[in-house]
Write a new protein. Structure first.
Lengths: 655, 154
């Protein structure tokens, strides 16, 4: 029976065929991230297997298992706990994964990932076509592959493909995504060889053509997908032009590849390809071009395309054949099912925070800002199970921590009431979203999601209600549990003895739009909050100077998005003074102290965004008034959205 | 020896003065830390044709910043190709970048360099890995150039 969402998104949910394999819909789970859940030797762990069961059940017609490195030495290994496929000893776990995928009615594809320039994580060097030094310190010094070594690498890929098929996978994929080995050979930037593997586009593509040929010979009955850049975004470094990228795609098509997965960008590219600052659908033109050039080859695409409705239109309009999706399914593994049932408003949105990637670059397992369950699938303690004893829970604060705790506890059968002194849910996140230059709709979608789920699940939300001791006395014995998730505030008390303290303005008041500032603004604090408001004000025409007591601004911002803020600071002409402390404020301006002496900055308003202080005063008020008292989110330690959601969930799932 | 290419870096004194003004960027760096600048045109390290620079460069001036006695000092040396260069970071500036830097030595030069890197006028290569650079105290300097110290993937 066709479900209502399937009828609406009928192009996306129509069946397809890849080679001889029937595919139930046009959705490809993309192997866009490795999980870092596995053994240091490449073995697949129970944690990974539990995670893959969830991926298998996402409802995608085609599921690509995360990239495995194909060589025993680990030259192709890019991530700390990446899986390996260079030996038969790994087969049993791959067999289980293929079975999980087939049991869920999907086609199984295994990605082979030789990271090339970004590889050799355990070796202290990487291999490339040519010795082009790194531009990012994260990676390792290069060694040039000899012609004999190239043959070996190609054979390793073919063996890996054969092994994947033996394990039960229907298809394989080789990726050049983000600057891996295949991309290194294809690109003018990293391939400056003078032999037959370098020079012209024809020669640079030779490695790819031999690779495709070897894999097709090794697995003649199984489709091969190849992930290729539509745009490297490396032009300024001498990388391929878009025309050259499509010329290379043509070579892959001529070699008989079954699917081209179009990707964008290298890790070292100086601009975003899928961060929050990129408008959804921005890169679709690359896929559209590929589809027009290669009408007889399947094209998959998904860079910065988070919405099923947009993907449905793309399939309808011939922009691509398969929607390649990963990160939105990290945020909500049920998204495809919800889309099929026309319940998209219940989807936990991917906000493109890139928390997942930030963690990978610190050699940590990936997690998700929006999905606290991600990576904990193997742990029963993280599963939402019916509570043994149903309790009456009051939650102080309707920000992300409070709302996450509320909906999780409610799913387990508890009766939940959320109190907030504001007239709407969202807490400080709403104010932050309103000032966000990247894409306010992303952050607002988090609040909308909580609103929808609270209503659907029957969480009572009492707004315009301030929780204090008097209030607690009025509800005494009505609740068994109290969760204080009242967020944090600007610690204005730090400045109480400062000359001119009465002239200071709280950043939160500015963010909420309750206080208007003058033309010239000094912002105290160059962290995430201070920078976000500063950027918003600067864009609106204010002259902004940020004062930061640490050596650098943006210390609390995720590495993968910090560059964006520092670039905005530069582009918007925001001045920064670091290692500086506010010492005096007058109507004429602010005086700050730096290691080089005192500095007067003329301004009309001085906004304080730092330090932050947890709103944990209520703990002391309530500790003798309720049976169980818990705290979560910024009310315990001021941090950010991901910590708030994680802690809210852990509380909700435990009580 | 003074050659036309040497002149592309101008006098050393303004460079030294600039480094002294921005000494906070180098506070955590260990003795012997070295950052090099070469001209893109003189070295032959052109976008997409790096090997020419790697292998063929001879007698090309290199502006070296070296930490000694707790302070960064500037000097002109010879660049003999990437393989033999003794720097931790190498910045390869095109003519426009060279001219821009020279014109901004009295101002906020690190910010100017950051912009030149982003605009592709200055190429940037690392010769030590993340751990080595962290241990050598490079985080502040790399941060000032707007570079993602712990990977990118945006």
């Amino acid at each position: 029976m066709t479900r209502p969402g399937e009828a609406k998104l009928n192009h996306l949910f129509q069946p397809g065929k890849i080679g001889k394999f029937e595919v139930k819909n046009r959705i490809k789970y993309g192997a866009c991230c490795v999980s870092n859940y596995n053994g240091r030797d490449g073995t697949i762990t129970p944690r990974e297997l539990a995670r893959v069961r969830v991926i298998a059940g996402t409802g995608c017609g085609l599921i690509t298992n995360q990239g495995a490195y194909p060589d025993a030495l680990g030259e192709g290994k890019s991530y700390f706990r990446q899986i390996a496929i260079h030996d038969d000893k790994f087969l049993p776990q791959f067999e289980m994964i293929a079975r999980y995928i087939h049991d869920a009615g999907a086609m199984a594809m295994q990605q082979i990932l030789h990271a090339g320039r970004y590889g050799g994580i355990d070796l202290g060097y990487c291999v490339q076509p040519s010795v082009v030094p790194q531009t990012l310190p994260h990676f390792r010094p290069p060694r040039e592959l000899t012609k004999d070594q190239i043959k070996v690498v190609i054979a390793q890929h073919a063996d890996a493909a054969k092994r994947a098929v033996r394990a039960g996978f229907d298809a394989t994929e080789v990726t050049s995504f983000m600057g891996y080995l295949l991309a290194n050979f294809n690109s003018r930037f990293t391939n400056q060889r003078t032999d037959e593997y370098g020079g012209s586009v024809e020669n640079r593509g030779r490695f790819m053509r031999e690779l495709i040929d070897a894999i097709k010979q090794a697995t003649p009955d199984n489709p091969l997908s190849i992930r290729l850049n539509g745009a490297e975004l490396m032009d300024r470094w001498g990388g391929n032009t878009q025309d050259e990228s499509f010329e290379l795609m043509q070579q892959a098509v001529d070699c008989g590849v079954d699917m081209i997965s179009v990707t964008v960008g290298w890790q070292e590219a100086p601009e975003s390809s899928f961060g929050r600052d990129v408008e959804p659908g921005y890169w679709n033109f690359l896929s559209e071009k590929a589809k027009k050039m290669f009408p007889n080859v399947l094209v998959a695409f998904g860079n910065r395309l988070p919405e099923p409705a947009m993907a449905n239109d793309c399939v309808k309009d011939g922009v691509f054949d398969y929607w390649e999706v990963c990160r939105p399914l990290l945020a909500d593994p049920e998204m495809i099912h919800k889309a099929a049932e026309d319940r998209m408003e219940e989807v936990r949105p991917c906000i493109g925070s890139l928390n997942c990637l930030s963690r990978l670059f610190r050699d940590l397992p990936y997690t998700c800002t929006m999905n606290p369950m991600l990576g904990h699938e193997v742990e029963p303690e993280y599963h939402v199970t019916e509570a043994t004893e149903k309790k009456r829970i009051m939650i102080i604060g309707a920000g992300p921590a409070g709302m996450e705790a509320a909906i999780t506890a409610r799913k387990r059968g508890h009766a939940v009431t959320v109190f907030d002194k504001a007239d709407k849910i969202g807490g400080a996140l709403g104010a932050y979203a309103a000032n966000d230059l990247a894409r306010p709709a992303d952050l607002q979608s988090v609040i909308d999601y909580y609103g929808v789920m609270a209503k659907k699940l029957g969480v009572e939300v009492r707004l315009n209600t301030e929780a204090n001791a008097k209030f607690m006395r009025s509800v005494l014995h009505e609740y068994d549990v109290c969760i204080v998730a009242a967020g944090s505030r600007t610690d204005m008390a730090v400045f109480q003895y400062l000359e001119g303290a009465e002239l200071l303005v709280d950043a939160l008041e500015v963010a909420h739009g309750r206080v208007k500032t003058g033309k010239r603004v000094v912002m105290i604090g160059g962290g995430m909050i201070g920078l976000t408001i500063s950027e918003f004000l600067a864009k609106a025409g204010h002259e902004v100077t940020v004062i930061e007591k640490e050596k650098r601004i943006g210390g609390d911002i995720m590495p993968t998005f910090k560059w964006r803020h520092t670039a905005w600071v530069d582009e918007l002409g925001i001045k920064t003074v670091t290692l500086a402390q506010l010492v005096k404020v007058t109507k004429e301006g602010a005086t700050v102290k730096t290691p080089k002496g005192e500095q007067f900055i003329p301004c009309d308003s001085v906004i304080v965004s730092s330090p932050r202080k947890a709103n944990h005063d209520l703990f002391y008020e309530f500790q003798w008034m309720v049976d169980e008292l818990h705290g979560g989110g910024d009310a315990t330690v001021p941090r950010g959205l991901d910590a708030a959601i994680q802690e809210g969930y852990r509380l909700g799932v435990r009580i | 020896m003074t050659t036309a290419t040497d002149l592309s870096f101008g006098e050393i004194a303004p460079w030294q003065s600039m480094l002294d003004r921005h000494s906070e960027l180098f506070l955590d760096m260990v003795e012997g830390s070295r950052i090099g600048f070469v001209s893109r045109e003189a070295s032959g390290i052109l976008p997409g044709k790096h090997l020419d620079g790697v292998k063929a460069a001879t007698d090309v001036p290199l502006l070296a910043w070296q930490l000694e006695n707790g302070a960064m000092s500037a000097r002109i040396e010879r660049f003999a190709g990437m393989a033999s260069t003794k720097v931790d970071l190498l910045l390869v500036a095109d003519e426009e970048a060279m001219a821009t830097m020279l014109g901004e030595l009295q101002g906020d030069t690190p910010t100017v360099i950051k912009r030149l890197i982003r605009r592709g006028r200055m190429m940037f290569f690392v010769f030590k890995n993340k751990a080595q650079l962290q241990d050598a105290g490079y985080e502040d300097f790399l941060d000032s150039l707007g570079l993602a110290f712990l990977g990118a993937c945006r």
